[in-house]
Design a protein around this ligand. Structure first.
Ligand SMILES: [Zn+2]
Ligand SMILES: [Zn+2]
Ligand SMILES: [Zn+2]
Length: 129
């Protein structure tokens, strides 16, 4: 997600405001530049419906096109083989989990998930797909 730049009144310069918050600095270690984007990596489990939201400068953002950006860590995650659990929406990067389609959060194989009660997502912040 891109951040917006706009002129401050009285010629005080420009500010960058992220749509999800106030002006932020890039969170990459050792980087002090203003953030121009927030990470859109979808979170699962108790944070389902939210995104990573890590602020990133122009150098550390990884554009995914269509106003979507990932932070360096989630860019790596994206390029690492993983599976998403259809119940709790958490990814797993464990090769054994991927091979067997197992979710460590639900502690069940994906084809057993319909025997479990629905995952309890927090009511607030839940986003419709
Ligand atoms: Zn940076
Ligand atoms: Zn991220
Ligand atoms: Zn799960």
């Amino acid at each position: 997600m891109k951040c917006d730049k706009f002129e401050l009144p009285n010629g005080q310069g420009t500010a960058i405001i992220c749509s999800r918050g106030r002006r932020q600095k890039c969170k990459d270690p050792g980087c002090d530049r203003n953030a121009v984007a927030l990470c859109d990596w979808p979170l699962g489990g108790p944070n389902y419906g939210k995104t990573c939201d890590r602020p990133m400068c122009g150098t550390h953002r990884h554009s995914q096109g269509e106003d979507k950006d990932f932070c360096p860590g989630h860019e790596r995650a994206k390029n690492t083989p993983h599976i998403w659990c259809p119940r709790c929406h958490m990814p797993s990067f464990n090769p054994n989990d991927i091979e067997k389609k197992f979710c460590g959060h639900c502690n069940a194989f994906h084809d057993q998930l319909d025997q479990l009660p629905p995952y309890e997502f927090p009511k607030k912040g839940r986003r419709k797909k």
